[in-house]
Write a protein that binds this ligand. Structure first.
Ligand SMILES: [Zn+2]
Length: 475
């Protein structure tokens, strides 16, 4: 009881102090805290402090730091170990930030944005706000967590909707496109203007699943006034514009419909959360007269949820196999009835040991590769030596079995340089903070911003994890 009272008294004093400061000097107190994702691609987490009211954006994992991939499990590991290993954001910097966390906002369901929620969210007395698909994925993460009890309320906010967070702050979700459904561009409306969290997005006018980005809403926010934009920079070093998901569908058709594969096995591997890509694949299977089968724990999870909440409709004869028993069963069936009747969509595009494709290639499933079977990699190799080595081994094994490999059918889910330039022009932010990359990427973004009239250190800022930027301005 005494502890509770002390806590409340402390809280009250802190609130008063901040209030007085604002009232007394009429100075805008706005601070952006770079917690994770400012020295790497991954473990995204940013806090924005507006007059003592703090909003956290994303809590993600760094996927390459340990052998973590879509099929692996960090549920038993402790936050402090994971922070030390650089796997999750080091949010201990939050101790030095004066104010109260009012909400944790998640931009989309990729693990580098939601994967640390189960390890960190319980430390904050605040709800988690996201779109329906993102929150379903958050729920699954919470259910599989074995170390911490995450009880933060989950609040759904749909794209195109706005909700009040406090009397001074409201949150708008603008429809955006990415490589997972239901991704949004969160906009925090403050009494001093908007703060836009652009982490991650692409501008895709043929997204296959879901709608195009809401360009009108983006421009409207820009016209009203943006104080600060935090933007991803993972693909800013690519010239031009990132191709649409419609282009990936055409590339897949080229590989699958344009190859002599009528009597052979056809296996495709891609990101389990890339529902648009998987939808294109299943539709091509239908055209080829094959039954699409989605195989692997994460494949069944991401696709199952997307179908359950009505985001996507796969062809009626589509089968899913997630747990090891049903995976084995479906492979037996395929081998018995004939590979040429099926199209297998499997996990393991990076060559991950333990994922379905590697297990197939090493004969750990009832499936057997034969000469002239076709394997399509609808994903890029994520550039780190571990992935490169694993992919090399997988490909070598497949080639030894006489399998035909196809690798080009992929487009990125991240904005390229000219997409970013459009975003800057539409939002016209007073300040820009590039995120989601190390110096090589964030500095490339800063250079682009300079081309658009910004100046490093004045209105485009490079932060490292743990650093923060204070905007103080007399209003
Ligand atoms: Zn993402």
């Amino acid at each position: 009881m005494i502890f509770i009272l002390l806590y409340l008294a402390k809280k009250f004093r802190m609130k008063n102090k901040i209030k007085n400061k604002v009232k007394g000097s009429d100075i805008l107190q706005l601070e952006v805290v770079a917690i994770g994702g400012y020295e790497e691609v991954g473990r995204n987490m940013t806090a924005v402090n507006v007059d003592g009211e703090i909003i956290i954006f994303d809590m993600g994992l760094r996927l390459d730091r340990v052998m973590i991939h879509e099929d692996s499990d960090v549920s038993k590991m402790h936050s402090l170990n994971l922070i030390e290993m650089g796997v999750i954001p080091d949010d201990t910097v939050m101790k030095n930030i004066e104010g109260e966390v009012k909400a944790i906002v998640v931009s989309h369901g990729h693990l580098d944005h939601i994967g640390a929620i189960t390890k960190l969210a319980h430390r904050y007395n605040a709800p988690i706000i996201g779109t329906p698909y993102t929150l379903e994925l958050v729920k699954r993460e919470i259910l599989s967590e074995k170390k911490f009890d995450v009880r933060n309320p989950l609040i759904t906010l749909n794209a195109k909707e706005t909700m009040d967070l406090t009397p001074n702050l409201s949150l708008e979700f603008i429809k955006i496109t990415h490589s997972i459904p239901d991704a949004v561009l969160p906009v925090l409306h403050t009494p001093y203007g908007a703060i836009v969290y652009g982490n991650d997005f692409k501008f895709d006018n043929i997204p296959i699943v879901g709608e195009k980005p809401d360009y009108r809403a983006i421009k409207k926010v820009g016209k009203k006034g943006v104080i600060c934009m935090i933007s991803e920079s993972t693909r800013v070093n690519f010239e031009g514009k990132t191709p649409s998901e419609g282009v990936a569908a055409s590339l897949l058709k080229n590989d699958l419909l344009g190859t002599d594969n009528e009597n052979n096995g056809v296996v495709i591997t891609t990101f389990s959360s890339h529902i648009a890509r998987i939808k294109s694949i299943t539709e091509i299977a239908e055209r080829m007269g094959r039954i699409p089968v989605l195989i692997g724990r994460s494949m069944a999870k991401y696709c199952g949820i997307a179908e359950d909440i009505g985001l996507v409709e796969f062809p009626k004869n589509t089968k899913m196999a997630g747990d090891p028993t049903s995976v084995d069963r479906i492979f037996h069936q395929v081998m018995k009835e004939g590979k040429e009747k099926y199209m297998l969509v499997v996990t393991g595009h990076q060559g991950e040991e333990g994922a379905v494709l590697s297990r197939m290639a090493t004969n750990k499933t009832p499936f057997r590769f034969e000469r002239h079977d076709q394997v399509v990699f609808s994903a890029d190799v994520i550039p780190n030596p571990m992935n490169a080595a694993q992919r090399y081994m997988l490909e070598a094994r497949l080639k030894l079995a006489g399998v035909r490999l196809f690798k080009g059918a992929h487009v990125s889910g991240h904005a390229a340089k000219e997409d970013h330039r459009d975003m800057i022009r539409w939002l016209n932010p007073e300040h820009i903070i590039p995120a989601h990359g190390d110096f090589n990427l964030t500095a490339t973004y800063a250079k682009l911003a300079e081309e658009e009239g910004y100046r490093l250190g004045e209105d485009v800022h490079l932060l490292r994890n743990g650093q923060s930027l204070k905007f103080e301005r007399i209003i």
